[in-house]
Design a protein around this ligand. Structure first.
Ligand SMILES: [Zn+2]
Length: 345
């Protein structure tokens, strides 16, 4: 069977006709199979939704109980037959509950990675290489200039700055779902055991992580805390909040931003970031290319991000490769957090 007869990009997203579903649809569909909880992948309004329990819970937290007509949870390693295809979920290492979806029909297996990273992350199940015929990879950081390095070193930079400026507050811009919790876990792993303060928009999802057994140490809401008490502390906030009037409640804040884009100095300057931290929940160039090779796939479909360089790299390696024309997906660090997450600043 030709791979394009199994999965095909359409306006609503990646469509599996023989299975009767769409993967991460950007428009309401009858049956959606969803890779992870970020809002560009997990949207409300579908008939039936199949996803991991964590992804379903995150959708419920963001959109309310009626976010879909019906839901079904699937575990990593679990296999389900939908129409003429079989699907299986595998960990993507991107955020809690994130999954790659293997779609098999007759003797062809296609893996849709969703967003993924192969770097260690104590807040989610590690990425797993899934052998397949066609691998659909993201390409958010699909340029050789993007090499994220060790996230622990970046957190050490933050701690060095806190030690250097005990009279100032440190404000770390980090996406609310995944990045914020990973930064806190990295701080704890580095031995930082003081309370970590949270912007209101981070509280629900961070407490959800804790409820799933991710230990994050002592957390405090920053709301209502006196300015002077915030000297020498670390607060996590959505990236958009770190550049607005909200920051006036902090004593002489040092503004940090945890993102793979911080590799690009101009981006940090543009956003007025004093302390750029290169911490990403996406695979970097080496991670993308190593993963593509490890899957053993002979055909690579490249989507959301810098498709061209990765397609070129695949072609040079003798792999069939093409960009997938999917619209509506972005990088969560670049998108402004959705209104619901911005509430209760
Ligand atoms: Zn994502």
């Amino acid at each position: 069977m030709r791979p394009q007869d199994i999965l095909m990009p359409v306006a609503a997203g990646l469509c599996c006709k023989p299975g009767g579903f769409h993967i991460d649809p950007v428009r309401p569909v009858e049956r959606a199979v969803i890779t992870h909880g970020h809002s560009d992948h997990a949207r409300p309004g579908h008939g039936a939704v199949l996803a991991t329990q964590e992804t379903l819970d995150m959708m419920r937290l963001r959109y309310g109980d009626n976010f879909a007509g019906s839901t079904q949870a699937i575990a990593y390693g679990e296999q389900i037959k939908l129409g003429d295809v079989t699907i299986k979920f595998h960990p993507a290492g991107h955020v809690l509950g994130s999954a790659q979806i293997a779609v098999s029909c007759k003797d062809t297996c296609i893996v849709a990675s969703g967003d993924y990273k192969d770097a260690p992350d104590p807040t989610c199940t590690p990425f797993e290489v899934v052998p397949c015929d066609v691998f659909i990879t993201e390409a958010t950081f699909g340029l050789p200039v993007f090499r994220h390095g060790d996230a622990a070193n970046e957190v050490n930079k933050l701690l060095a700055s806190v030690a250097l400026f005990p009279e100032r507050a440190h404000l770390v811009g980090a996406y609310s779902l995944g990045k914020a919790q990973r930064v806190i876990a990295l701080l704890r792993a580095a031995g930082y055991d003081a309370p970590v303060y949270l912007h209101g928009a981070m509280e629900k999802i961070t407490h959800y992580y804790e409820s799933r057994g991710i230990a994050l140490g002592e957390l405090r809401a920053v709301k209502g805390v006196k300015k002077a008490e915030l000297a020498g502390t670390i607060t996590l906030a959505p990236p958009s909040a770190t550049s607005d009037i909200w920051t006036r409640r902090f004593p002489d804040p040092v503004t940090a931003f945890a993102s793979g884009w911080m590799r690009v100095r101009a981006r940090a300057r543009q956003r007025g970031v004093e302390l750029p931290l290169v911490i990403s929940d996406h695979a970097d160039w080496d991670g993308l290319t190593a993963t593509i090779e490890a899957t053993g796939a002979g055909e690579i479909w490249v989507t959301h991000g810098q498709e061209d360089a990765l397609v070129h790299w695949c072609t040079a390696k003798g792999l069939a490769a093409r960009p997938l024309d999917l619209v509506g997906y972005g990088d969560e660090d670049e998108a402004d957090a959705p209104a619901a997450e911005e509430a209760d600043a």
